[in-house]
Design a protein around this ligand. Sequence first.
Ligand code: PLP
Length: 380
Amino acid sequence: MSKIYMDNAATTPMDEEVVNEVANLMRNCFGNPSSIHALGREARTHIEKSRKKIAEFLHCSPAEIFFTSGGTEADNMAIRCAVEDLGVKRVITSTIEHHAVTHTVEDLWHRNKIRIQFVEVNSKGQLNLSHLETLLKEDDSPALVSLMHANNEIGTMIDLVEVGTLCKKYNAYFHSDTVQTMGHYPINLKEIPVDFITCSAHKFHGPKGIGFLYIHSNVKIKPLVTGGSQERNMRAGTENIYGIIGLSKAMEVAYRDLTAHQEHIRGIKNHMIQKLKEEIPGVEFNGDISDNSLYTVLNVKFPSTPDSEMFLMKLDILGICASGGSACSSGSNVGSHVLAGIKCAGERPSIRFSFSKYNTKEEVDKVVSVLKGMFEPQIV
Ligand code: PLP
């Protein structure tokens, strides 16, 4: 039975153009980019070309891009180094951030390095910006605001310019986890007042284990990973040249075809919302489903069923790959902290469907028909 893959917020299949680019480099280029001989210099050229290409898409300087092992490391680097090197004493965040942020912030709190303040979020996961302003205003100790661009579980988004402008008004550093939006939305760093943003290639058809941290040129931090002098002394370790080339190729493909893919995927999401409403009475949606939400994610709250616990597993058996919570904890039976954060946790099963350019409306119809069957009375 062929699978229907609707778990693209967890990871995406690699694009064939990216696979070819990476495979070609793997066959033809093996030098260590730190070696000064010709083979080393060849590898270094590939890295610097990739960095330049990425910087052009984001409208920033190549010197502001630092390759990491992915989104988690980039989030860790931004937050831990802001605390260690920028004198940050309090972190303003929300309860619905990715664990790469929440667990990092909690760890720093346990070590007595920071205070944590949470911005209020409403039942759709939208931030209360006047509460953020109150928190920024009431205390002038150096602060880092860490708020994600788009929530990976419920699709709620923030306006980076609006939040960044508020942070700058009160001299706070601003970090945004842009892992779910990089490659899916245009990001113009000339217009966004942000100090750190993060990227993970496997969320937009690139390879796993590669990403980067953007650090605004005015912000001076020290490396999180120490050792050699790679990444201009900011991240030690022999560069993942194949990952880096895969990342930049994936970004090129993503931004080349962006408008068409946005339209296609938005169409898939709206079709699924429509079909679910028609076919399954009582169905609801967690988070934001408006056109301002992340178009790749749809979090569905189903009517209660006696075997809620088994819901995701049953879908898997029926050939549908979706997720019950955040990508990194899918498969674990720990409830979603995001749904708890918007007071949506409960007995009713919630499933996150997340889409890519490879999904079709026919797949949506199949999935909805399978779901419908799961809610129809069983004849025994
Ligand atoms: N941030 C968000 C919003 C994510 O969705 C993820 C992955 O699920 C990460 C960070 C972690 O990225 P990586 O898998 O590259 O470590």
